[in-house]
Design a protein around this ligand. Structure first.
Ligand code: ZN
Length: 129
């Protein structure tokens, strides 16, 4: 992680605040669909688990996928998405953040990858065709 980037610094400070820094938060697994199962539906999209709320929330979305156990609620994806497909969702009691970005309109994705590239903790995976 590069601390010269202000975005990374903010995430770093947040992670320390929540006491989860140092190797515990890994980026979303790009092969999660081979390892996880659809266990629930949320706002019209799949939730991949296993989940164990409120501490383990799984991955939301299939084409636009946000790993809620990685997401720190920075909201950068909400501001960079040109088609505004993300909404905020509350996640009270989750160790990394109490709100998550939710791919509520994943079908609107134009696969620009702005969210995936800009996410400071690499919580997002876009499945490109
Ligand atoms: Zn969701």
């Amino acid at each position: 992680m590069c601390y010269c980037n202000p975005t990374s610094t903010i995430s770093f400070i947040k992670a320390v605040e929540y006491g989860v820094y140092e190797g515990e938060i890994l980026p979303i697994d790009p092969n999660f669909k081979n390892k996880m199962k659809v266990v629930d539906q949320h706002q019209g999209h799949d939730v991949w688990g296993p989940t164990d709320p409120p501490k383990k929330l799984g991955v939301h979305g299939t084409n636009v996928s946000v790993d809620w156990d990685v997401c720190q609620g920075d909201g950068i994806c909400l501001s960079v998405c040109p088609v505004q497909l993300y909404d905020w969702a509350d996640s009270p009691g989750h160790p990394t953040s109490e709100k998550k970005s939710d791919p509520a309109r994943e079908k609107d994705c134009i696969q620009c990858l702005a969210c995936e590239v800009n996410c400071p903790v690499q919580a997002i995976k876009i499945t490109t065709k």
